[in-house]
Design a protein around this ligand. Structure first.
Ligand code: APR
Ligand code: PHB
Length: 403
């Protein structure tokens, strides 16, 4: 990219998370110019531990985009998951219930690594460590991104801007407050997540409901286990020494004939649980995607997948506009995406409330409902199918292939 203080591109993309990077590559494959601006450095993005479950449609898209070579070699394909409650194990056969669909375990930072490499190989602009990004003129025909890079003030003139800068980004604020409606639920619990250097104790994910709170067994590789515990949102990580974490995990996962393997904890953190939707997802020539406009509680494993689904719709709309001067898909962007967003919010809320302990449940009303719900899901093929088809995810909302 030129070092001139004023640059031009077709699409200015703020944020190099999964949303920004998938969008940039989809546009690149269709010959549309984009510049990606990212506030962090490359190393940070490539090592930030986030979610790790890819829906079938996400994997299919990454394959179609030609960025799945390592994924196909290293990722783990899962055909089922386990629900554990009352000290008993119940398998949900995802593939059998959904006509052969599966989920794929591959860490988000691995997806990000592959996409950054694809962008670098294409020689396409991706600027790390940009500072002080500002949006101007989003409701005009000439939106501009101003920012600082290596100490220099720069200006990027765009035809459209994609706000892919996550929940704490700045793009959402460019939509006037009387236009943007926010819907939010903050749950009275959080997740304490750890990454442990030890072989997983199960080949499949375990979602565990227990009277002391939810626990989740996941994995990243044959040598790396990812575990989560429901905790109080006010908890500090310092009040969870290793032994307390392992004791609590052993208690919640306890069941006959199964053992949890312990290993050195190499990463840990506490994440609040929230549902958040802001709409419309577009204003003038600004299009918001991914965590910038919606957060789902992690119980459904949907955050990354939803971000990818958004930008697939956005890319199709931008291609139609630039190639055919037809804005119809782009004008419908927000409406198209919000249908999937709300359906996914519902599923994520449903999984979350089924599995977590409600802290103020004095008469155990909630606990009894949860037990009834879990009994139903694990005994009725219709209920199990509903969980399975939502968990593996639905097809994307655009029919045409991008590549
Ligand atoms: N300027 C430039 N970049 C910014 C700015 C800013 N002002 N603010 C944030 N960013 C960058 C962040 O550093 C981050 O790399 O935007 C990126 C946003 O990426 P994500 O937070 O990963 O969001 P998204 O791409 O929407 O990915 C979907 O869903 O549940 C989650 O874990 C899942 O992170 C995944 C997300
Ligand atoms: C993860 O592996 O990080 C993970 C898996 C399933 C979830 C959430 C996170 O529901």
């Amino acid at each position: 990219m030129s070092d001139e203080p004023v640059m031009r591109t077709q699409v200015g993309i703020v944020g190099a998370g999964p949303a920004g990077l998938v969008l940039a590559h989809l546009l690149h494959l269709r010959g549309i110019d984009a510049v990606v601006l990212e506030s962090r450095d490359r190393d940070y993005l490539e090592h930030r531990v986030r979610a790790g479950v890819l829906e079938q449609a996400t994997v299919n898209l990454l394959k179609e985009m030609g960025v799945s070579e390592r994924l196909e070699r290293e990722a783990l394909v899962h055909h089922g998951l386990e629900l554990r409650f009352g000290g008993r194990r119940h398998r949900i056969a995802l593939d059998e219930l959904t006509g052969g669909r599966t989920i794929t375990i591959y860490g988000q930072q691995e997806v990000v690594k592959d996409l950054i490499a694809a962008r670098a190989n294409a020689g396409a602009p991706l600027l790390f460590e940009v500072e002080d990004v500002r949006l101007e003129g989003v409701d005009s025909a000439r939106p501009v991104l101003r920012f600082r890079h290596h100490g220099e003030q720069r200006e990027l003139r765009c035809e459209a801007i994609a706000g892919c800068d996550g929940f704490h980004g700045i793009c959402r604020d460019a939509v006037p407050s009387d236009v943007l409606t926010v819907h939010e639920r903050v749950y009275p619990y959080a997740w304490l997540g750890i990454l442990a250097e030890v072989a997983p104790s199960s080949d499949e994910l375990i979602y565990c409901q227990h009277e002391r709170g939810f626990a989740l067994h996941s994995l990243r590789s044959p040598q790396l286990t990812r575990l989560y515990l429901q905790c109080d949102p006010g908890d500090r990580i310092e009040s969870w020494p290793d032994q307390r974490i392992w004791d609590e995990l052993h208690t919640r996962f306890a069941c006959d004939g199964w053992e949890l393997h312990e290993g050195p904890i190499v990463e840990r953190g506490i994440t609040p649980m929230r549902s958040f939707v802001a709409g419309p997802m577009q204003h003038g020539r600004l299009y918001l995607a991914g965590d910038a406009v919606h957060i789902v509680p992690a119980t459904g494993a949907k955050g990354l997948n939803l971000a990818v689904a958004d930008v697939r719709v956005l890319a199709a709309g931008l291609v139609r506009w630039f190639d055919e001067d037809d804005r119809s898909l782009l004008d419908a962007y927000s409406e198209t995406c919000l249908r999937r967003v709300w359906r996914t919010q519902y599923f994520s809320w449903w999984m979350t409330t089924m599995l977590h302990r409600a802290p103020d449940d004095r008469d155990r009303f909630q606990a009894n409902l949860q037990r009834a719900q879990l009994d139903y899901v694990t005994s009725s093929p219709a209920a199990a199918t509903s969980l399975a088809e939502n968990y593996v995810g639905f097809e994307h909302d655009v029919s045409e292939r991008i590549v």
